[in-house]
Ligand binder design. Structure first.
Ligand code: CMC
Length: 391
């Protein structure tokens, strides 16, 4: 009943009240639970940020220790899950593999489905924080043709992920602090971003009381698209395309501005940040450090630098307030770290996991009603049925 206003893309529709992430697109402010993203990226590690987002406060030492121990106790993924992984071709996109395996986890963890008390929620949350990195590492190793690897309880949360992803057979795992530090930052910067496409998906699927893992699997699918999380992969593919076409960035700038050409400059523009993306500022600095520290020389990255400069000075981009977003730089770092392009969005999903969990938990604890938008019908009026031989 009442008048329905349509708002395509929900550009001006609030779907919920939330106490998790504060974002001011005009001022370029991003805060998790009241803490600035700049402070968190510099001073916290990813596991602390997970705790903060999900439970609302920074953990003290004992709380963080217990949280990590609880996670480590759940880090084994059912052996039969490997058979599902085996069934995928090596060419499968790791986002598809990750979303399928996350869904499949439901079958092996039935007690995590119908959760409503805080205690049951905690158990499901700890389970997914433990098992998701294993699935990420499996998706990566499948792609690379490497044998599967389990974690090492003596390592930190992010360090363990790096080990599970990259450890080569018959080689000691050697910690690289530059890599761990860059990844920690990237994961923190991606950890939450209020009601974006994948988070809204997690909340709406969860609002039907489908379990946490099923809701997360839907979120992964939403994140996959090139207009959302898939942008980081699309950025590098675009840069490679420009390089292979002779490296003429001006030509591609012209294409991006041509309204008859569907080409968009990937990694530029944002639905809410209309002056700058605060995450992009932090990550640009980290990207410069990582490239310097690792001594990476890469023609694709030179093209990125060129495009960035041209776009920042171009009237079309200035008028529309299109700036490089976080994914313009995250792809560059992932590439420098030797992570294959198809894995970029999986790394985004790994970072976004605590945000999705926090938003799902908040939605359930607030007892929000099932998400069910309305529409304005514009189809045919009532028509008489026509028999098939009269059509
Ligand atoms: N290249 C060229 N023109 C663009 C671009 C771009 N990347 N982005 C927006 N525009 C133009 C657009 O054509 C429109 O022009 P006009 O007003 O003349 O019609 C104007 O800028 C406003 O764009 P919009 O599509 O109405 O903005 P939106 O809020 O619907 O879309 C966006 C935001 C991020 C989907 C879009 O900027 C885009 O497609 N960017 C490239 C993909 C990308 O980098 N996505 C990652 C976003 S950050 C990570 C995440 O949130 O997942």
């Amino acid at each position: 009943s009442g008048i329905i206003t349509i708002d395509p893309g929900y550009k001006n529709t609030g779907s919920c009240e939330s106490a998790i992430t504060y974002l001011d697109g005009e001022e370029g402010i991003l805060r998790y639970r009241g803490y600035s993203i700049e402070d968190l990226a510099e001073k916290a590690d990813f596991l602390e940020v997970c705790y903060l987002l999900i439970f609302g406060e920074l953990p003290n030492k004992e709380q963080l220790h217990k949280f990590h121990e609880d996670i480590k106790a759940q880090s084994i993924v059912a052996e039969d899950m490997k058979k599902i992984l085996d069934g995928f071709p090596q060419s499968a996109h790791p986002m598809g593999v990750l979303s399928s395996l996350t869904s499949a986890l439901v079958a092996f963890n039935a007690s995590s489905v119908n959760v409503s008390s805080e205690e049951e929620m905690y158990k499901a949350i700890v389970k997914i924080l433990a098992k998701f990195p294993v699935l990420v590492a499996w998706a990566h190793r499948k792609k690379e043709g490497l044998p599967l690897e389990y974690g090492d309880d003596s390592l930190g949360y992010v360090e363990n992920i790096v080990k599970m992803m990259f450890k080569k057979p018959n080689k000691e795992y050697k910690k690289n602090p530059i890599v761990i530090n860059a990844l920690d930052k990237l994961l923190i910067l991606h950890a939450d971003h209020e009601q974006n496409c994948s988070t809204s998906t997690v909340r709406i699927v969860g609002s039907s009381h489908a379990g946490l893992f099923a809701s997360l699997s839907a979120g992964i699918s939403a994140l996959w698209g090139p207009l959302h999380g898939g942008a980081n992969q699309a950025v590098i593919e675009m840069l490679e395309g420009i390089k292979n076409d002779g490296g003429d960035t001006k030509k591609y700038m012209a294409k991006a501005k041509d309204k008859n050409d569907p080409f968009r400059l990937m990694g530029f523009g944002h639905r809410v940040y209309k002056n700058f993306d605060p995450r992009a500022r932090i990550i640009k600095k980290a990207a410069d450090e990582v490239l310097g520290d690792l001594g990476v020389e890469d023609p694709v990255l030179d093209i990125a630098k060129g495009l960035e400069k041209e776009a920042l000075e171009d009237q079309y981009f200035v008028d529309r307030k299109l700036y490089p977003n976080v994914d313009f730089y995250s792809g560059i770092i992932y590439r420098a770290l030797g992570i294959p392009t198809e894995m970029f969005t999986v790394m985004f999903a790994l970072g976004r996991l605590p945000g999705w969990i926090a938003q799902w938990r908040e939605m359930r604890l607030r007892k929000e009603p099932i998400g069910r938008p309305r529409q304005v019908y514009i189809g045919e009026n009532l028509r008489p049925f026509l028999d098939i031989d009269k059509r």
